[in-house]
Unconditional design. Structure first.
Length: 297
């Protein structure tokens, strides 16, 4: 067989991808979407620093950034606690606990978030205040609870006005997202092998000790990506609290549009601020994922 002939069992040499310029393949792999976002962001930063209309819009709207971040982080922290408790209820063998947790999850997930925020603000919060008033009157009317007389007076004197719009907005977001976080926790816990719980119980741990020291530390690695996505989603959904007149980014954008009639500058600024926060959040979530995967602490 000559040197140029190929054996039937030998694979022919791979053909090079046709192309006029060799480095075009590298250009295809570049994250062009990120470059476009950076270019648009740089253009808007330049406009904010040099164009008076953009400067005025940014100065008026930027205080809403603090309210948006406070509302999102506070509501997400509460939603995590609610989700963990309800998620444990969703895997409970107790029929009452399981059905109460399932009722909450199925009902809340079937209602639009904006309706939940309004319902919590104007229905549930007044109901809770009424219940606390009743508890206060009960304490004051019971002679054997004299040591709680001060607490009774405080509870009986509470009014709906004592809970500001921001507090109601945080409660609404937390109440709504608690149902989604419950399903995230439930899926993460169920992803851990059943033998892990049995081994922990055989070592003398209680159910809650095994859950805390064995199951949840493993589950958190599984549920971290969806939790990060939900945080970013809540950051965007926080714009819905503007229906309660909370002075977040969206509400201040509406007010700036009403006072200046500059639609283009106003909503470009609002969009840029939201996009900056969500992109930073995505980068932080990816960093945490890599850190957990490599086992760094």
């Amino acid at each position: 067989m000559s040197e140029t002939e190929i054996s039937p069992t030998e694979k022919p040499p791979a053909r090079k991808t046709p192309g006029v310029i060799p480095w075009t393949e590298r250009l295809k792999r570049l994250p062009w979407w990120a470059l476009v976002v950076l270019l648009l962001g740089a253009s808007l930063v330049y406009a904010i620093t040099t164009i008076p209309n953009y400067q005025d819009a940014f100065e008026f709207i930027s205080p809403g950034l603090k309210i948006t971040v406070i509302a999102s982080l506070s509501a997400f922290g509460i939603a995590l606690v609610v989700g963990l408790v309800v998620g444990l209820g969703r895997i409970s063998s107790n029929v009452v606990v399981y059905n109460l947790a399932t009722f909450y999850v199925e009902v809340v997930r079937g209602i639009p978030m904006i309706v939940i925020i309004i319902y919590v603000a104007f229905v549930l919060v007044p109901l809770v205040i009424s219940g606390l008033n009743g508890l206060g009157y009960l304490i004051l009317s019971a002679p054997w609870l004299g040591f709680m007389h001060g607490a009774g007076e405080s509870l009986s004197g509470m009014t709906v006005q004592d809970i500001n719009s921001l507090g109601r907005a945080i409660a609404g977001l937390a109440f709504g997202y608690g149902a989604y976080e419950a399903e995230v926790f439930r899926a993460g816990i169920l992803s851990i092998e059943r033998g892990q719980m049995e081994a922990a119980r055989s070592l003398g741990m209680s159910y809650f000790q095994a859950m805390r020291h064995v199951i949840l530390p493993q589950a958190i690695r599984v549920i971290l990506p969806p939790l990060g996505n939900d945080l970013i989603a809540m950051l965007k959904d926080s714009s819905l609290i503007s229906v309660l007149a909370v002075r977040d980014l969206t509400q201040l954008g509406k007010l700036n549009r009403s006072r200046t009639f500059r639609t283009f500058e106003t909503w470009n600024t609002v969009t840029y601020l939201y996009l900056s926060m969500t992109l930073l959040g995505s980068m932080a979530v990816k960093w945490l994922e890599r850190k957990f995967k490599t086992g760094e602490r």
